[in-house]
Design a protein around this ligand. Structure first.
Ligand code: G3P
Ligand code: CA
Length: 327
C-alpha cells in the first residue's frame, strides 16, 4: 500500500472509531424474504437494526407505494394478472395502475428480464401471498412494532425517479412529505432519512423539509438520473452536496477498485471534513468479490479501512454482528 494511502487510511480509522455504526435494512431484510414485502420488514425489525429502507414510487391514483422500480414485473406477477397492460416497451409501469389493481398482485423474489431469480439462493421463486405495501402500511407496521417491542427503528425513504413522475404530472416528493407529515414523522426529532439519486430533487427537498437528506451517488452509465456523479465525486462536487445534504450514499464500486483496493479515499476524507456522513450501498453476503475473503472480511474492510459507518445491507443481521459489538 502506498504511504499516502496508508496515512489517509489511518486518519479514517481514527475517525471511524468515534462514530457509532448504523445498519440499514436494504428493502427490508431482502436477503431472506422478497424485497419490500411486509414480512421482510417484520424480519428486519426483529433484527434490531437502526433503519429500514423504503423505495417509493406512485400509483396512477397518486398513492405512495413501497417498490424499488417504476416497473412492476421484476417483483410481482403483473404479467399474469394484467397481461394487456404493458406499454410499447413491454414493461408494466406502476403509474399505469390504481392502488386497487396493484393490490391484486403478489410479490415474488426479484427476477431479471428473462424471468430468472437475480439471487439464486434466496427465497424460492414462487407466488406468495405478500402484497405491494403502501408507504402508509409500512409506517403503520414499523410504528406498531416500535411500540410493541419498545424500539426506535427509523425510516429511510428513497424518492424514486422524480423526473419520471414529474413528466407524468406527479410531484412524488410532495406526496411522500404529506404522508410523513400525516404520521407526525416530519419533525426535527423524527428518525427519518430521505434519499434520492437526483441532485435537483435532493436540493428541492432540502428547501421543503428539515429532515436529513442523503445524496445517493451512482454511476453515470446507469442513467439513474440526469445527475453527473463523476462531477459530484470531486472536491467541488462534494462541497456543493454539503450545502444541502447530511451525507452521501455511494455505490460500493466507487470505493473499491477491481483488485479490491480502496479507492477515492481522499475524497471520502474530504467529504467527512465537510461534515458529510457516508452511507454506502449495498452489502450482500451473496454478492461480493469472494477473493476478498469472507463476507465479514469484506464488511470489515469498509468499516476499518475505508471508514464507512453507515451500511445498507440485504442481510442486516450479519452486518450488525460485524460492526456493532454486543452490549
Ligand atoms: O438507497 C440506497 C440504495 O438502495 C440505492 O440503490 O438501487 O438499491 O435503490 P437501490
Ligand atoms: Ca434504495
Amino acid at each position: 500500500m502506498h504511504r499516502l494511502v496508508l496515512v489517509v487510511v489511518m486518519s479514517l480509522v481514527s475517525a471511524c472509531a468515534t462514530a457509532r455504526p448504523l445498519v440499514i435494512a436494504h428493502r427490508g431484510a431482502s436477503g431472506y424474504l422478497p424485497e419490500h414485502s411486509l414480512p421482510a420488514v417484520t424480519a428486519a425489525h426483529m433484527m434490531d437494526i437502526d433503519y429500514i429502507e423504503q423505495d417509493v414510487v406512485l400509483t396512477k391514483d397518486a398513492i405512495a407505494i413501497v417498490l424499488h422500480d417504476i416497473h412492476l414485473e421484476s417483483t410481482t406477477n403483473v404479467e399474469q394478472v394484467f397481461p394487456a397492460r404493458k406499454r410499447s416497451d413491454g414493461r408494466y409501469y406502476a403509474l399505469d395502475f390504481d392502488l386497487s389493481e396493484i393490490k391484486q398482485l403478489s410479490l415474488h423474489e426479484r427476477t431479471d428480464r428473462q424471468g430468472e431469480a437475480v439471487f439464486a439462493e434466496r427465497f424460492p421463486l414462487k407466488p406468495t401471498s405478500f402484497e405491494v405495501p403502501t408507504l402508509q402500511e409500512e409506517i403503520d407496521l414499523i410504528k406498531g412494532m416500535n411500540s410493541s417491542r419498545n424500539k426506535q427503528v427509523g425510516f429511510y425513504i428513497e424518492i424514486k425517479s422524480p423526473k419520471f413522475h414529474r413528466q407524468a404530472g406527479y410531484k412524488i416528493e410532495e406526496v411522500v412529505l404529506k404522508v410523513l407529515r400525516d404520521n407526525s414523522l416530519e419533525g426535527k426529532d423524527s428518525k427519518v432519512f430521505l434519499q434520492c439519486f437526483d441532485a435537483e430533487t435532493s436540493k428541492l427537498l432540502s428547501t421543503m423539509t428539515d429532515l436529513p437528506i442523503v445524496q445517493l451517488v451512482g454511476v453515470n452509465a446507469w442513467k439513474e438520473s440526469d445527475t453527473d456523479y463523476e462531477q459530484m465525486m470531486t472536491e467541488e462536487g462534494l462541497a456543493e452536496v454539503a450545502t444541502y445534504a447530511r451525507g452521501i450514499g455511494p455505490y460500493l464500486g466507487l470505493l473499491l477498485d477491481e483488485s479490491g483496493n480502496p479507492k477515492n479515499l481522499k475524497l471520502i476524507e474530504y467529504a467527512k471534513e465537510l461534515g458529510l456522513e457516508i452511507h454506502a450501498y449495498t452489502f450482500r453476503s451473496d454478492q461480493y468479490p469472494t477473493q476478498m475473503g469472507s463476507f465479514e472480511d469484506f464488511v470489515t474492510l469498509f468499516h476499518q479501512q475505508i471508514g464507512i459507518t453507515r451500511f445498507f445491507a440485504d442481510q442486516p443481521d450479519l452486518v450488525k454482528s460485524y460492526v456493532q459489538p454486543k452490549n
